[in-house]
Design a binder for this molecule. Structure first.
Ligand code: NI
Length: 171
């Protein structure tokens, strides 16, 4: 017969995982928010010739810009708060991305409209780094932040690089 002590004082579930193993409280969980924005860009270096830009960046260097449907994932990793059961309120994460990133990037020409890319080539790699640097100061210090940015459904970049994302080919 179930006793009072068999019910978790946090979630009130019978034999919840936290009750069975209190160390679960310390286990880290990743929460991920996916967002979307459209933006135009052109990959080129002003200090290079047209030939060098074209041979390096191909169509991405055409002078009249082109657009992408970017998919952005922000992953926050941390311990589950015993009181709220949250790593981070995902609504707050969503609002943060909307206010700090989408407002700045969505329906913009990255080269012309976004200050960070005045002198920085807006490759997916650099966009991911810029987004990380924008969001990082607003994420609780004890949590980790990872950015994944899809430029096309088949091409994406990740920053910073999490070693656990890679499979050791020898294992
Ligand atoms: Ni492009």
């Amino acid at each position: 017969m179930a006793q009072n002590s068999d019910f978790c004082s946090v979630c009130n579930l019978y034999l919840c995982p936290l009750l069975v193993n209190p160390n679960n409280m310390k286990q880290k969980v990743a929460v991920v928010r996916r967002e979307h924005f459209n933006a135009a860009h052109r990959l080129f270096r002003k200090d290079w010739s047209d030939e060098q830009n074209t041979s390096t960046f191909g169509k991405c260097s055409l002078p009249n810009f082109h657009g992408h449907n970017y998919e952005l994932e922000a992953k926050v990793i941390g311990e589950v708060d015993a009181e709220t059961g949250y790593v981070m309120d995902i609504k707050k994460l969503s609002d943060l991305i909307a206010e700090k990133v989408l407002e700045k990037f969505d329906h913009k020409n990255l080269n012309l409209d976004v200050e960070e890319f005045r002198t920085l080539n807006p490759t997916a790699e650099n966009i991911a780094i810029v987004i990380y640097n924008i969001l990082r100061p607003h994420i609780p210090e004890q949590n980790e932040l990872y950015i994944r940015l899809f430029e096309t459904p088949r091409n994406y970049v990740e920053y910073p690089v999490a070693p656990t994302n890679f499979v050791n080919p020898k294992s």
